[in-house]
Design a protein around this ligand. Structure first.
Ligand SMILES: [Zn+2]
Length: 414
């Protein structure tokens, strides 16, 4: 595969001039008009997609829907990988590098959730209509606009509808794409479209680690077996200790104990006690410190039980299982992708601010690639609830923003 070295930054036009030049191009202008005029079609796509269930680990029906859409729009080499990520190229060229644009397909809603959508004036309602049916719709709108206007960017674009962004999905779709050839090596930068709006861009990837801590013991009768170590008490001691940890304000570092379970009845010594703990930080170092502290506290609680129960039978055991791991990373302040987004926002007179967040961009960022996450335009609210909504008014401003960022990253000429 042919690979062209990117131009050194000093030889490029300033991002602001570059954006102005691109926005003046006739084909870009016609793409803008298309994005404005096709709003009703975009709404149909968005509602249709929202009504297809996509719980974590159950995205197959959406993957198939998107594969068909990609093919119908004329994307090339459209494929679904073994996890359900859907990829398609703008044109049939195997040149490298590529610029990627992605939107996640999965939702937080479990199988069986009622996914009926409705529409009132410019507002659409339905679980997942904004996060991330709006993002997927933007992906389709951009692909369609590029095809219709016959724009041929200097660098090819790979469109990605990925699985496994939300919660337990743990970024598995993006992690998989960037774990091996061809995409790991060929995608130079990634623009992630997630949710609604035009007012933010992600410049720091919030890292998180999640653990399930479990103490197990023989259990027994609350009266006759009194003295047998109680897993819930051990767990409570460990968590009480851990909750006294001091975390820095900057880089902001937080923890949460979100779920606790165990035991069967008030007069039984439980056989197990389990807690789920969420640790977050903008810094990998702080995240590691916090994890170390959690492990210490659990080990300390365990070491306080009588030796007989730690070594002999019946034994008391503990387990700390990782149930989530998202790397922290940040873009250098002068990253090209940030310069481009800021220049586009200035050009479009959009007021935007940088954001620290945990998104699909965490994965390429942790590999030292440039990536950011922006919204799909319009406005949205009630994310992760059944009352979720998306307001389509001015969606095309967000779509123009995405298109300009993308074309500045790829380079484009008449
Ligand atoms: Zn999302």
């Amino acid at each position: 595969m042919a690979s062209r070295p990117p131009l050194p930054n000093s030889l490029r036009m300033s991002p602001q001039h570059e954006i102005a030049r691109i926005a003046e191009m006739r084909a870009v202008h016609s793409a803008f008009i298309y994005l404005h005029n096709q709003e009703m079609e975009f709404r149909r796509w968005q509602r249709e997609l929202t009504e297809i269930p996509a719980p974590p680990f159950g995205e197959a029906a959406r993957s198939e829907w998107l594969r068909q859409r990609f093919a119908a729009l004329g994307l090339e080499n459209v494929q679904v990988d073994e996890l359900g990520n859907v990829v398609g190229l703008l044109y049939p060229d195997t040149q490298q590098p590529l610029i990627g644009i992605s939107a996640h397909l999965d939702t937080v809603f479990p199988q069986g959730t009622r996914l009926k959508t409705r529409e009132q004036d410019t507002k659409l309602y339905g679980p997942g209509i904004s996060d991330n049916a709006a993002g997927v719709t933007a992906l389709l709108a951009i692909a369609s606009a590029l095809k219709r206007s016959q724009l041929k960017p200097d660098t090819n674009i790979v469109f990605i509808g990925n699985v496994g962004e939300e919660g337990e999905g743990n970024l598995r779709g993006m992690r998989h794409l960037f774990s091996s050839a061809p995409w790991r090596d060929s995608i130079a930068s990634l623009l992630v479209v997630d949710g609604a709006g035009t007012d933010t861009y992600v410049d720091q990837a919030l890292g998180s680690r999640r653990f399930e801590v479990t103490f197990r013991g023989p259990g027994g009768h609350s009266w006759s077996d009194f003295g047998v170590p109680n897993p819930i008490i051990l767990l409570a001691r460990a968590l009480a200790r851990f909750s006294e940890v001091h975390t820095p304000e900057s880089p902001r570092t937080t923890f949460n104990i979100g779920v606790i379970s165990g035991g069967t009845s008030v007069n039984s010594i439980p056989e197990s006690g389990t807690a789920r703990v969420d640790l977050r930080s903008a810094s990998m170092e702080e995240l590691q410190k916090l994890e170390d502290r959690l492990r210490e506290c659990v080990a300390e609680a365990w070491s306080e039980i009588p030796i007989a129960f730690r070594a002999g039978e019946p034994k008391v055991t503990l387990a700390i299982e990782s149930i989530g791991d998202r790397p922290a990373a940040e873009l250098p302040p002068n990253a090209r992708i940030l310069q481009v987004v800021r220049a586009v926002d200035k050009h479009l007179r959009v007021e935007s601010f940088p954001r620290l967040a945990s998104t699909d961009a965490n994965i390429p960022l942790s590999l030292g690639k440039e990536a950011t996450t922006i919204g799909a335009g319009g406005d949205g609210g009630g994310a992760h609830t059944l009352r979720e909504w998306f307001d389509c008014a001015n969606r095309d401003l967000g779509l123009k923003r995405i298109l300009l960022v993308l074309l500045a990253l790829t380079g484009v000429h008449e």
